[in-house]
Design a protein around this ligand. Structure first.
Ligand code: DNO
Length: 356
């Protein structure tokens, strides 16, 4: 059980807080100040690991080593960036990292229309309303996502994405799903043999939400697409981050079914709940099954049935109890989520044992 942590400088949650959550054994971290495309220096990785270990927690998962836009676009400069990515993989391996979470979403990472929608009980959650998104100017949206976040930077909305945004959007006009998948294949064919040598597993994060936005292609959205991508390079090192809230935003995706289908190709489980408002609109909720549209018991039962051995983290939480933190990434509601997950897991385990 792990917890996402944004480092000493940029997180309201301390490692000590995390350590005190029952059952928590590690954090999921990153070097947030290294620009996308550059090599992560070994000494900086080791320093992060030292800080995490000194509080009695493990650092075995990185989220994310972002992929340079030129790799996704298939530009000639991609080889240089892939070379850097490979050196980063080797350095991470030297520091004992086992899983790298990354994504292949063009330009935008996860997207919401509101970072602080108020629920009836006064808690605040992230929400996505397609009516708002379909009318918004993407450049304005990026500016807002980067600034309306309680003073914290938002993962996936780093300032570099703002630079040359219009140009990048223009370049994607010639990239469709097929081309993007080809570019992912090119990338994976170069890095997966290195991952094999270094024993580091790649775990692609699904597109959030799992449909095309602003005319940009998205390819990590459904069972069919996940099947395509794991067969691009058929190796256990080419695996998945199964994010229940991202894939679950499309009601056609059954998360328990996906878990059973992809089994040991899932290296990292992001667990959270969402509530559908309409076909393409939803908001986040607590982890509790009856608060949302996803059944967390069924999801965890599927993980238990496949004898899941990967890493888990409670994903986005609500802002509750007056906490001021990075939207989605406060301490309290994610800690409640972890405890709920642990409770369900214990119950499943004990029920299974008593049946034998
Ligand atoms: C948002 C996160 C994403 C995720 C990346 C993985 O909360 O789930 O930003 O970390 O897409 O590369």
């Amino acid at each position: 059980m792990t917890f996402r942590w944004f480092g000493l400088k940029d997180d309201s949650v301390s490692l000590r807080d995390i350590r005190q959550i029952p059952g928590m054994t590690g954090v999921v971290g990153a070097l947030f100040d290294i620009p996308v495309g550059e090599v992560w220096p070994l000494d900086k990785i080791l320093e992060l690991k030292r800080i995490v270990n000194s509080e009695g927690l493990e650092l075995e998962v990185i989220e994310s080593v972002n992929v340079h836009e030129d790799i996704k676009l298939g530009e000639p400069s991609r080889d240089k960036y892939i070379e850097n990515y490979i050196i980063t993989i080797r350095n991470l391996s030297k520091a004992g990292i086992k899983v790298i979470c990354y994504n292949f979403m063009p330009v935008f990472d996860w997207l919401r229309s509101d970072l602080a929608m108020k629920l009836e009980d006064g808690s605040e959650v992230l929400s996505y309303d397609d009516n708002v998104i379909s009318k918004v100017d993407p450049v304005k949206l990026v500016e807002d996502m980067g600034t309306n976040s309680n003073g914290f930077s938002l993962p996936g909305w780093e300032p570099y994405r703002l630079k040359e945004l219009k140009d990048t959007l223009e370049k994607y006009k010639s990239i469709d799903e097929e081309k993007l998948l080809e570019n992912l294949k090119y990338f994976l064919e170069k890095i997966i043999p290195v991952c094999h040598e270094e024993d580091v597993k790649m775990a692609i994060h699904p597109d959030d939400p799992p449909w095309n936005l602003f005319g940009l292609p998205r390819i990590v959205t459904s069972m069919e697409n996940l099947e395509k991508l794991i067969s691009l390079v058929d190796s256990p090192y080419n695996g998945l981050t199964l994010c229940s809230g991202s894939l679950g935003a499309n009601s056609k995706n059954s998360i328990p079914e996906l878990i059973r289908c992809f089994g040991d190709r899932i290296h990292f489980a992001h667990i959270r709940n969402i509530k559908f408002v309409s076909e393409r609109s939803f908001h986040e909720v607590s982890h509790l099954s009856r608060d949302g549209s996803l059944d967390l018991y069924e999801i965890l039962k599927a993980y238990h049935d496949i004898e899941f051995k990967g890493y888990v983290r409670p994903d986005h939480g609500r802002m509750i109890w007056g906490e001021k933190a990075r939207p989605g990434y406060g301490l309290y509601d994610r800690a409640l989520g972890a405890t709920y997950i642990n409770g369900i897991w214990e119950a499943i385990e004990k029920c299974k044992k008593s049946e034998i």
